[in-house]
Write a protein that binds this ligand. Structure first.
Ligand code: PLP
Length: 405
């Protein structure tokens, strides 16, 4: 039996009052809260083993290196990567995408070739591709969506050609909740010889990801959205691609040998990890991986899917409400507008009641333009949220809608 109260007890931050009311945290798509085991891992790292990783021969350096590499191993297992060398530490999803755009893009993209993204992408999966397309004279194409917020796969299929070099799509939409059919997107891209990068920022917290089953070429995500610390994220890549890509940044760690005449680069993943990495957060990320594995992805997804269905149904009859994102397959995100009411006003009034939601364009301005809106109110759920919280949220939202309309 799933015991949400037992889960909640593991999250110290949840047990506080905001503006005189018990905190209701529905901004999980922006960043999730952290369980005690993650906080303790950080403290443990700094109080028992802080040292710089790799190359050190003293005991603390060895301990820190072991803990750092243990996370790489744990992440590789979690996403079913064939080897831990294919797991690169980055600052997060944004840096992972920029890394691939800058290195793969710079080395392999030719003038007139095409990159395909989708109309629902987060800015971090748009702008890096625009930048590299500009630099290389390549063309950016965009898979359209329907009013429900689903990709038009037949349009995507028509767009693919031997000119397509890379397809970059999100697994789950942060603004709509849509779950995209990644395996099918990958299959179609591979038929044309294109590689696929999947932005898994909003999928990794909810689903067991199997990079081999999906056959993705690159899969990227951030620890902070999956109960881990900020400032650490993952780039998974197929070995032959990572090996063929030039380095991203130059510096310590990413080299084998340096002379003033020339430098030889380190093997993967270190070739992409120049400088002292974010050791403490990488170490604590392992505790986040253990948290989701101990809780179980099936349990997490089932609970969140119940919350989403309950919330969708509970707010549906509020006057003037329109849900943005009504895809058949959705995860954990409830985005909506209330006719005649600015999303920011809704957010501010809910905050006065201790309820944290996100308002605005959710870093998806082109998507908001498609829906003809400036932004939405977004409630996004995590494993520690409850039906009772949704009841309070719906009651307060009803009052807010009534007061503002
Ligand atoms: N992609 C998606 C779908 C996101 O939701 C986010 C964060 O909101 C990002 C990318 C960027 O993640 P980060 O800020 O952790 O780099």
């Amino acid at each position: 039996m799933f015991d949400v109260e037992a889960i909640r007890r593991q999250f110290p931050i949840l047990h506080q009052q905001i503006n005189g009311k018990p905190l209701i945290y529905f901004d999980n798509a922006a960043t999730s809260q952290k369980p005690r085991q993650v906080l303790e891992a950080l403290m443990h790292y700094y109080t028992t083993m802080n040292a710089n990783v790799h190359r050190g021969i003293h005991t603390l350096a060895e301990k820190a290196t072991e803990a750092f590499e243990a996370t790489r191993e744990a992440v590789a297992k979690m996403i079913n990567a064939p080897s831990k060398e294919q797991v690169v530490f980055t600052r997060g999803t944004t840096e992972s995408i920029n890394l691939v755009a800058a290195t793969y893009g710079r080395a392999f993209l030719r003038q007139g070739e095409e990159i395909i993204i989708s109309a629902m992408e987060h800015h971090s999966n748009i702008v890096p591709w625009q930048m590299i397309c500009q630099e290389k004279g390549a063309v950016l194409k965009v898979i359209p969506i329907n009013q429900a917020g689903e990709l038009l796969l037949e349009e995507y299929e028509k767009m693919l050609s031997p000119r397509t070099r890379l397809v970059a799509v999100m697994h789950v939409s942060n603004a709509l909740g849509t779950v995209n059919p990644i395996a099918e997107i990958v299959r179609l891209a591979h038929q044309q010889g294109a590689v696929v990068l999947v932005d898994g920022a909003q999928a990794a917290p909810h689903y067991a990801i199997d990079v081999q089953a999906l056959d993705v070429d690159f899969y990227v995500f951030s620890a902070h959205k999956m109960y881990g610390p900020t400032g650490i994220g993952i780039l998974y890549g197929k070995r032959h691609l990572l090996e063929a890509m030039p380095p991203y940044m130059g510096g310590g760690e990413m080299i084998k040998e340096v002379t003033f005449q020339q430098t030889t680069y380190n093997d993967i993943p270190y070739k992409f990890e120049a400088g002292t990495p974010n050791i403490s957060d990488a170490v604590a990320m392992k505790a986040a991986v253990e948290f989701v594995q101990q809780t179980g992805f099936q349990t997490i997804a089932a609970h969140e899917s119940q919350l989403l269905a309950y919330a969708t149904q509970t707010i549906a009859d509020i006057d003037g409400i329109r849900i943005i994102g009504t895809a058949k397959e959705k995860a954990s995100v409830l985005s909506f507008v209330i006719d005649g009411v600015h999303p920011m006003d809704v957010g501010m009034l809910l905050d006065a009641k201790g309820i944290a939601v996100r308002t605005g364009h959710h870093c998806a301005m082109p998507l908001m333009n498609y829906f003809g809106i400036a932004g939405t109110v977004r409630a996004s759920f995590a494993v520690y949220n409850t039906k009772e919280e949704i009841d309070v949220f719906a009651k307060e939202l009803r009052k807010v809608a009534h007061a503002l309309r």
